[in-house]
Design a protein around this ligand. Structure first.
Ligand code: C5P
Length: 256
């Protein structure tokens, strides 16, 4: 069943009663038929924020909506791939034809990715929290007369760098994202070297990218840099899926 979508209806009411857009229905069918240039290939996509507990009611997180990662998982499935989407908490519906694994913390996200290996491609889109509270409290922290105490943090594992490590289980193609506001290419190239991944999609987040429906990306690989105009996140996802299909059908793609 595809839809119904929420919105304005002909009767003048608002709610979940609209026919899904033809493009959405087509995408859902394509994802379920699994017949496209990525048929027989497996992929992991991470998306959304991670949530790191301070105590049972409080947490550290970020504003990632998960839209770009969900669009990428959906586009890969439409291209025929068997996709596991490992997602932090988002308000988005599970894309059809994709196995969705919901997690909260960075450590859970890493474990879920490792459990989904081996795959041909890993696309790490999640905005993983860099740090987590070092000692989350078992009970709600009370407001004390002494005022707030300092919050000790420790570093989270880097999922992209971990999956990029050479070895038998390394996906042939490991792709990371880099949110930048300046010197996109320079920073993205440095990130490829630091993380050991194959491609970096650098996005200029100086505009309304976070949480919005559009993205402007620059794809950096060994072959060079390919910039795209401002596009819908779905379109970015479809282009990226086509590019991955091309790379995975070429012999010896990636470092894995
Ligand atoms: O280091 P930075 O956060 O800028 O790198 C961004 C890329 O690394 C993204 O692809 C993100 O999904 C990934 N990442 C990760 N695990 C982390 C931090 C970032 O997979 N702990």
């Amino acid at each position: 069943v595809v839809g119904p979508n929420e919105g304005d209806m002909a009767c003048g009411e608002y709610g979940p009663g609209r026919m899904s857009e033809p493009q959405e229905i087509f995408a859902a069918i394509a994802a379920l038929l699994k017949d496209g240039p990525l048929k027989g290939k497996r992929a992991i996509v991470t998306a959304g924020p991670t949530v790191e507990s301070i105590d049972p009611v409080r947490f550290l997180s970020n504003r990632s909506s998960g839209k770009q990662g969900y669009a990428i998982a959906s586009a890969l499935a439409q291209a025929g791939a068997d996709v596991t989407l490992v997602s932090g908490p988002t308000a988005l519906a599970a894309p059809l034809g994709v196995t969705l694994v919901r997690v909260e913390s960075a450590r859970q996200m890493l474990a879920a990715c490792q459990a989904a290996l081996p795959v041909d491609a890993a696309v790490m889109v999640a905005a993983v929290a860099d740090w987590r509270p070092a000692a989350p409290a078992g009970e709600k922290i009370k407001k004390g007369a002494a005022g707030p105490s300092a919050l000790a943090l420790e570093e989270n594992p880097d999922i992209l760098a971990t999956l990029s490590k050479p070895g038998k289980k390394r996906p042939r193609l490991v792709i990371g994202f880099a949110a930048e506001t300046e010197k996109l290419e320079e920073h993205a190239r440095a990130k490829i070297a630091k993380k050991g991944c194959d491609w970096i999609i650098a996005n200029d987040v100086s505009g309304a990218v976070m949480g919005g429906d559009h993205n402007q990306v620059l794809l950096i690989s060994e072959d060079g840099a390919e910039s795209s105009p401002l596009m819908g996140k779905d379109e970015v996802a479809q282009k990226l899926a086509a590019k991955q299909a091309q790379a995975l059908s070429a012999k010896g793609a990636g470092r894995g």
